[in-house]
Design a protein around this ligand. Structure first.
Ligand code: GDP
Length: 325
């Protein structure tokens, strides 16, 4: 196995798939995953953390790989009886999944931090990598749109991403802090990997937590920052990322994502960029941004895909660390 310190920044679906691949090729002590919590919300009196749960269910082998969210072998009795009573059933919560939210909510109410609850769940589920929420503070992502301001899940699930977005903000981010372990893992990382997650609403919230971007940019220790494009041939594999780019007046492309992370706002965060064969024509544009590139098959349909992409990305990172690209 490869002995190298890797920190992955991840949202839900795309992030979880690559993280699963990484967890299978890296020793457990080598991998830390920092997960977006901007999608978290309170619903039916429960704290729901969609991205954390997607990543953890995937790493625990409990994920529903067809939907990309929720648990496998799920049943829907509670949701059905809720709907029969006229309750809010627009956010689908399966019976097994509900157990997670019930116990998380109970522990949070007792005073445990989200990072402590996550660690406990990971121990029970036998998850080896360190999984850290980006923050223990609540930092809800707000979507600004032609229909006004919407809480993220109202936009994403209730309104099925139909409103046209004009911007985003992360409420309370100024006074938020990274959760324990985030800064240390990033400062010790040799490879920081930005997973193929939605740049606007999965990765930007993580990078916006005060201190996180700064420690990634601190190159006192040798470190390579690599992103994998969530956009393939102008489209998102799943979700609204491409639609968001268009509505923000930007062409959705692999190069646009590279520009996003490489922009001045981000302090020129990236060293390396991984994108799909189908976008090979954009290589010159991307290397023109000063980035080393790896062009490969980035669509992860199977476990083999997830492991192969993880291996290629880590190999690319090692070459960058050795100055061999
Ligand atoms: P969410 O919070 O559940 O929406 O999850 P993410 O932000 O992690 O995932 C959504 C993003 O992942 C979308 O922009 C997809 O295009 C991207 N994505 C999903 N599956 C794949 C894949 O197999 N390959 C790549 N390159 N991107 C993917």
């Amino acid at each position: 196995m490869l002995e190298i310190k890797v920190v992955a920044l991840a949202g839900g679906v795309g992030g979880a798939k690559l993280v699963d691949g990484l967890s299978r090729i890296l020793p457990s002590d080598s991998l830390t995953v920092i997960v977006n919590t901007g999608d978290d919300f309170d619903h039916l009196g429960l704290r729901i953390c969609p991205d954390l749960d997607t990543v953890c269910y995937m790493l625990a082998g409990l994920a529903n790989l067809t939907t990309g969210w929720g648990r496998k072998a799920e049943t829907w009795n509670a949701l059905q009886s809720l709907a029969e009573l006229g309750g809010p059933a627009w956010f689908r919560l399966g019976d097994r999944d509900l157990g997670t939210h019930l116990e998380r909510t109970r522990l949070l109410a007792k005073g445990y931090a989200l990072s402590e609850v996550t660690q406990k769940f990971c121990e029970v589920w036998g998850i080896a990598p360190h999984v850290l929420p980006m923050s223990d503070d609540q930092i809800p992502t707000m979507v600004q749109s032609d229909e006004g301001e919407l809480a993220f899940q109202d936009y994403f699930v209730k309104r099925k991403c139909q409103p046209r977005v004009t911007g985003f903000y992360f409420a309370g981010i100024e006074s938020a802090q990274p959760s324990p372990g985030v800064q240390q893992s990033l400062s010790e990382a040799e490879i920081v990997l930005i997973c193929p997650s939605n740049p606007w609403v999965s990765i930007d919230p993580i990078l916006a937590v005060p201190g996180i971007k700064e420690v990634i940019l601190d190159r006192a220790k040798r470190k390579q920052v690599i992103a994998v494009s969530p956009i393939i041939a102008g489209a998102a594999v799943k979700g609204p990322a491409a639609k968001m780019y268009l509505e923000m007046g930007i062409n959705p492309s692999a190069a646009s994502v590279a520009q996003h992370y490489g922009s001045q706002d981000m302090g020129g965060l990236l060293n390396g960029y991984v994108f799909d064969h189908l976008d090979a024509g954009q290589d010159q544009e991307i290397t023109g941004l000063g980035l080393a590139t790896l062009v490969t098959n980035t669509l992860m349909k199977t476990l083999e895909d997830r492991m192969r992409l993880a291996e290629q990305v880590i190999d690319f990172g090692k070459k960058l660390l050795d100055g061999n690209v």
